[in-house]
Design a protein around this ligand. Structure first.
Ligand code: ADP
Length: 496
């Protein structure tokens, strides 16, 4: 199989799309020479085929990462690590249009949103490049006869498994803190969206990273993903994706070498609108909270609670707002919502819409396919949704929101926390006391006040309860990729 193909996008014209596995700073075919097809979700057509990594390829990539960890990367100074990362960010900056176009082509997200993602990717890599030479330990004063210090040391070879909803962004969240702290990486992209990570891989060598430091492979979860999670020479696995897969990864880690595990999983985040909120602003954020990225966000504001005083007014205006979201061609600059990523996701979401109807919720708008080609779904609002309904309890991961009415602050805190998830939440109110009281009570890793989806690479992100383990972004993510070594030195004579 050739290791690249020529593809076309309306933004770039023809470009060279790598299709191999990126191992040891080289493009290679898989050992078994397997490939799989990549589908354009906007047209349902096959874009190309890429190499599929099997267990054997994971072994080769892990061996390359181990060699780099014990060799060239170990002797690379923290300052130099940071320089490679900032150089990589500079190269990415020169290729924003290409990266964004490939993301739109493969994932279906609108080109303007894809550009936003690429800017965030660059910011994230540059941010962690800045951390590389600021990873510091402590000295600890115990007594006059001894001296104690700590060293945050890299964990080793990190397996990283990412989802398809933000292919490049999730890659940057994963590799940023891992590389800054001196680890080496084997990253597997999602089988639905391998293309942008492969374009990205082309820049790794150019930025100067030694061979084996960052290996990027395409492949299926049950094959390559499972091989990473169960590998005896992978020291840590980091995963973003669904809660059931997170459980499987944790089990595989437990029953292999007890590798360290961090998980960023699903959510069913409450978005709470009080009577005293700025209603127009609140509607904009609620709309953005659920429909951004076509509802394919782990932190999507998919449960909306509106206080009874403004409920009717809110629903009428929200319906109007949702119907104005432009759904269509990802390469149209005005598009807000593109297709869902795959047929499987499309079918799952339509299944939830059917469940909502059957359970007696009311469809205010949407609830059906948009157009006749591609995996498009109209922005959908369900009202009269009760706490026990499937659409109020389960993560739909699509442009479908469940809305319910509430009376009191106490009641809505209870409703907001009535979930096995705890990734994010939001409160809309003009009263600072209400905002702070409710934020403190909500059991979620992120609470937004009078906004939604404000995710910044400087600010930690991650889940309470079944939404995950560990934190990504910010200084907090460094802890996921370092382990503490304590060194104790005796200064005085013999103790006994
Ligand atoms: P979704 O259900 O939304 O597609 P998943 O959680 O299944 O999301 O997938 C996210 C990532 O996890 C993908 O890279 C996928 O290949 C990987 N994955 C899926 N199943 C497993 C598994 N059993 N072990 C390891 N990785 C997996």
């Amino acid at each position: 199989m050739p290791l690249s193909v020529q593809l076309k996008t309306p933004v770039t014209g023809e470009y060279t799309q790598p299709t191999g596995l990126w191992i040891n700073n080289e493009w290679v075919e898989g050992v078994d020479k397997k490939t799989f097809e990549v589908i354009n979700p906007a047209t349902e057509e096959v874009l190309c085929s890429v190499s599929e990594a099997t267990e054997k390829d994971v072994d080769i990539a892990v061996a390359a990462a181990r060699k780099a960890f014990n060799g060239a990367w170990r002797t690379t100074t923290p300052h130099q690590r940071g320089k490679y990362m900032t150089k990589l960010a500079d190269i990415l900056e020169q290729n924003i249009d290409l990266l964004a176009a490939v993301e739109s082509l493969d994932n279906g997200k609108s080109i303007s949103m894809a550009r936003g993602d690429v800017h965030a990717v660059i910011g994230c890599i540059r941010y962690y490049g800045g951390w590389a030479d600021k990873i510091e330990g402590k000295t600890i004063d115990v007594d006059h006869e001894s001296f104690h210090y700590t060293r945050p040391e890299p964990i080793g070879v990190c397996g990283q498994i990412i989802p398809w909803n933000f292919p490049l962004l999730m890659l940057s969240w994963k590799i940023g803190p891992a590389l800054a702290t001196g680890n080496t990486v084997v990253l597997k992209s999602a089988e639905q969206t391998p293309l942008s990570a492969l374009v990205f891989a082309n820049f790794v060598k150019e930025a100067g990273f030694p061979p084996g430091v960052l290996n990027i492979i395409s492949g299926f979860g049950r094959v390559a993903g499972a091989a990473i999670s169960a590998h005896m020479d992978v020291d840590k696995v980091a995963f973003t994706g669904s809660t059931p897969v997170g459980r499987a990864i944790m089990k595989a880690a437990a029953s292999s070498n007890l590798k360290k595990v961090t998980l960023e999983l699903g959510g069913k985040s409450p978005n709470i609108v009080f009577d005293d909120a700025d209603i127009e602003q609140a509607i904009s954020w609620v709309n953005f909270g659920i429909y951004f990225n076509h509802g394919q966000c782990c932190c999507a504001g998919s449960r909306v609670y509106v206080q009874e005083g403004i409920y009717d007014k809110f629903i009428a205006a929200f319906k109007k707002r949702a119907e104005q979201n432009s759904v269509g061609d990802p390469f149209d600059e005005n598009t807000f919502q593109g297709p869902q990523v795959s047929k499987l996701q499309y079918d799952r979401i339509m299944g939830y819409i059917e469940a909502g109807k059957k359970e007696g919720a009311t469809i205010e708008t949407g609830g059906e396919r948009h157009g006749d080609k591609g995996y498009f779904i109209k922005p959908t609002i369900f009202t009269n949704v009760t706490a026990d309904m499937k659409i109020m309890r389960e993560e739909i991961f699509g442009p479908v929101v469940a809305v319910a009415k509430f009376k009191t602050e106490e009641e809505v805190i209870h409703l907001g926390n009535d979930s096995s998830y705890g990734l994010a939440a939001a409160v809309h109110t003009k009263n600072i006391n209400t905002a702070l009281r409710v934020s403190n009570e909500l059991r979620a890793g992120t609470v937004w006040v009078n906004c939604y989806n404000l995710i910044n690479f400087q600010v930690a992100f991650g889940g309470y309860k079944e939404s995950g383990i560990g934190r990504e972004l910010g200084e907090a993510a460094l802890a996921n990729y370092t382990q503490n070594k304590s060194v104790s030195i005796r200064l005085g004579g013999a103790l006994f």
